[in-house]
Design a protein around this ligand. Structure first.
Ligand SMILES: [Zn+2]
Length: 363
């Protein structure tokens, strides 16, 4: 047997959790450099400065991450005198800013604390950065041993951000349950994979229960219990599942047909531009459930998508019947479905798309 360690996320959540920063961060030094997106840093700057007032902590500066999660931006930040002087890095913003700051922390060997300002994905709590090339194309996942030391999830900040991020984040989050459980079906996975797959149920059920109300509350700027539960599912639960099922740095249990459909759809430029990741993944899950003949969950997810405006038919994702063959061809070629308990064929997908359109017309 091999020796191994697993490091899981640590976090604070609530309407006023930045006040915990001195207590949590002081053991790591005194000088903080904040790295993030312009809008995100503008939204939290005063709150963070206020939070460290009277403590030993100081912010050396707030630095823009560079606009894309690239190794070039990380290298540039590594040379920055303010980063060199800092004892710790605050990663502020959404996925790309957070991933850049996490990669910076890894390369600079400095502890990272995350301050997510939107609830659209689990970047604030995972031990991987999704890296891109300077032209915006995908480069690779950069895996680390540990996630950020701590995440400060201040719901009173997140509630005032555009609703579309959480809306799409919901689709990407419930996908984690279906994709990981189907990927592990019929297997007796090793402890950490089994733990992640078991926990993935909490990426799905709470969202069905609380997701709709959470979005309504966000629209009204209200931090409700439902809003907090939804934020937790998207940022924390999904991160724990991801860390556990990708311990071996493989995607086998962390993706599936929902993502394969997403990648196929985004090979059409007009779809790539006009739709968010989680929105299309949520649509892909409807096809996954039809291919898998899981009628019960299909109905549940269909109704749920409908209730919050996530896509339920081809027109919603701007695909015409003429494009369908190309989408299907592309979907079955994706490595996301390599680890599936059965081979997903073009015929299965053709049937699933027809069923979805028929179900949509009937409704
Ligand atoms: Zn995804």
């Amino acid at each position: 047997m091999e020796n191994y360690s697993i490091y899981l996320p640590s976090y604070s959540i609530g309407t006023d959790v930045y006040k915990k920063i001195p207590e949590v961060c002081t053991p790591y030094g005194t000088k903080i450099i904040a790295v993030g997106g312009h809008k995100a840093m503008a939204a939290v700057r005063e709150l963070l400065l206020e939070a460290v007032k009277g403590s030993a902590l100081t912010f050396l500066d707030f630095v823009w991450y560079g606009g894309e999660a690239t190794y070039e931006n990380v290298e540039r930040l590594l040379k920055d005198q303010r980063v060199k002087e800092a004892d710790m890095i605050f990663a502020i913003g959404g996925g790309k800013a957070t991933d850049t700051a996490k990669a910076l922390g890894e390369m600079a060997k400095k502890p990272v604390f995350s301050v997510p300002t939107i609830a659209s994905n689990c970047a604030a709590c995972t031990s991987v950065s999704i890296m891109y090339n300077e032209d915006g194309s995908f480069k690779n996942p950069f895996f680390f041993e540990k996630p950020p030391v701590h995440a400060f999830i201040q719901t009173s900040v997140i509630v005032h951000t555009p609703i579309k991020y959480m809306w799409a984040g919901i689709g990407d989050t419930y996908a984690k349950y279906f994709e990981s459980t189907i990927s592990a079906r019929g297997e007796n996975p090793v402890h950490y994979v089994a733990l992640g797959v078991g926990m993935s149920r909490l990426c799905y059920e709470p969202l069905l229960l609380y997701g709709k109300k959470a979005l309504e509350d966000q629209k009204n700027g209200v931090v409700s219990y439902e809003f907090e539960q939804t934020v937790l599912s998207i940022i924390v639960t999904t991160a724990i599942v991801s860390i556990l099922v990708t311990t071996e740095h493989i995607i086998d249990y962390n993706t599936g047909l929902g993502h394969a459909v997403y990648y196929a759809l985004t090979s059409f430029p007009h779809i790539e531009e006009g739709h968010l990741h989680g929105e299309l993944v949520g649509f892909g899950i409807l096809l996954l459930l039809l291919v898998d003949h899981d009628e019960d969950n299909f109905r549940k997810v269909y109704e749920f998508n409908k209730s919050i405006g996530l896509p339920t038919c081809l027109a919603d994702v701007e695909i015409t019947a003429a494009d369908l063959d190309a989408v299907i061809e592309k979907t079955v070629s994706m490595k996301d479905i390599d680890h599936n308990p059965y081979v997903v064929t073009k015929e299965m997908l053709t049937e699933a798309f027809c069923e979805l359109e028929a179900y949509h017309t009937e409704k």
